[in-house]
Design a protein around this ligand. Sequence first.
Ligand code: BES
Ligand code: ZN
Length: 626
Amino acid sequence: MPDRRPFSSMALPMILLTACTSPAPESADEPPRPAADIHSVARPTEIAVSHLDLDLSVDFEKRVLTGRASLTLDRRAPADAVFLDTRDLEILSVTLDDGTEPNFELGEDRPFLGRGLRVEVTPETRVVHVDYRSSPDAAALLWLDPAQSAGGEHPFLFTQSQAVLARTWVPCQDTPGVRMTYEATVRVPPRLLAVMSAENPTERSADGVYRFSMPQAIPSYLLALAVGDLEFRAMSERTGVYAEPSMVDRAAWEFAETEQMMVAVEALYGPYRWGRYDILVLPPSFPFGGMENPRLTFATPTILAGDRSLVALIAHELAHSWSGNLVTNATWNDFWLNEGFTVYLERRIMESIHGHDYAEMLALLGRQDLDKTLDDLGDGHRDGHLLLDLEGRDPDDGMSDVAYEKGYFFLRAIEEAVGREPFDVFLRDWFDSNAFRSATTSEFLAYLGEHLIKGDEDLRQRLAIDRWIEGPGMPAGTPAVESAAFAAVDAQIAGFAAGETSAADLATDGWSTHEWLHFLRGLPEDMSRQQMAELDARFELSATGNSEKLHEWLHHVLANRYEPGYAALDGFLTSMGRRKFLKPLYQRMAGEDDLKPMALDIYRRARPSYHPVSVATIDEILGWDS
Ligand code: BES
Ligand code: ZN
């Protein structure tokens, strides 16, 4: 077991170090006790940070953020120090609200967790000011040269705080079990626009100074900032997009369904509580598909397919405004409470707008992803449980499709067992009664017992809750997903695989992106050069502008050493940094002696424009020594 004592130089009583592991029972009017979080040194049962005031200057030359974080303390039990998380931060000074400079100490530097900051406070201390500087290598920050932006003229900066990276740009209690409101003043080079997970400007300021306010309390992993040559386009009264000028109109067209999605999800789960919902389209090096930063989803430009076929991702990030941002996983072990619920909501939104068959296609693609992940994990793997055990690990390493898709199927199993209407009421009540709070898996299960199972032992048996939560793989009785559209695709695949149907004769008219993905995934692993060439010629797969389709096709390109597709592979891997696409493609190449040199060559050129989150993953896959 790793050493969990971050302040080894101090003789701290063990009781304090372990005090958070079993929260004491609460009385009705006491604020909820945060659960223990093994990924944070914070001790919110003693002192929780309830408000953050940031004043930051953004220096593109030095690639650092410099400024002050003022943290308002909520005293919950007598304590003579507040504990904050930091990683790669240079602490310049610490001041209390009475103007004094308290003793403070940085703990040992621990891999991915960084250094705890212990600041001594008096019983009267309400605010602690920390003056600090981030490192040019801060893992949450990606600094792009002008050449790496779409416009090519201005630099770009964006953050990615989830899961435990907020501490690389803000000293904070970096745990999803603590929530704070925030305000920020951000100083950027004039001509650039700054936006945050907060109330945002839509116009550039003349002096490059922007002021932000986030009046709803959020956990640290939702702190977000982006700075660049951004423009805003309204899509409806309360939705809009920010993007570089060359992308903004395309983005506004692609995401035009957003208002409809909001109406759909509000009808199911109650009012949207965050004011506006805008989307920021980032440069292609954004390592994720989307990130649910409150009021301002961060999104990859790889979903701009030109036909609105990949916008389920927006439904997903929007859904987090209920599942995740409103009711938050208390620790990263409970990650499925964020993502499993969100996938469930996402599919309900897509079903409301595009119908049952459409949503079932999404569910089947999700099931395929899940089966592959479980297969890769191997039988009985602990990471196949919904409730994770991330002790001693970077939470990022243990997060997989299991939380998303097994979580989805668990909720769908409950829905099918109790009926849709009661389940909708139950979910809505869950969000309402836990709004702006964090919840553990056991709290959810207790709520489920009390509000839905209500002593029905037969129902409890049928749900096999333990098998879902603390068992590997998929329980018997997992809901079956059926899609007539995919069955028709299967028939085409069968003919093609048997050599009865040539590419020219495949009946693909009217296929949606989802049918294409199912087709590409279902093609045989080994295909002849002629089959590959015919598929490519007829469907222009190497040239497709749909990133999901291209990704699936490139696996065949590699599996079949289809050299005419290598330029497309090179182009794809050097033009975007979305880890979901990078990881499997590099993995496939790394595992083959003849392909590995190509992987290394591409990576050498691409690495500088990937985000540290993706770099960490691909470095490991390729054994890259930086
Ligand atoms: N919150 C996640 C992204 C995330 C998870 C970042 C864990 C860091 C750690 C976001 O909501 C998400 O799930 N994004 C998915 C898209 C979605 C449609 C499944 C992604 O980026 O691929
Ligand atoms: Zn998500």
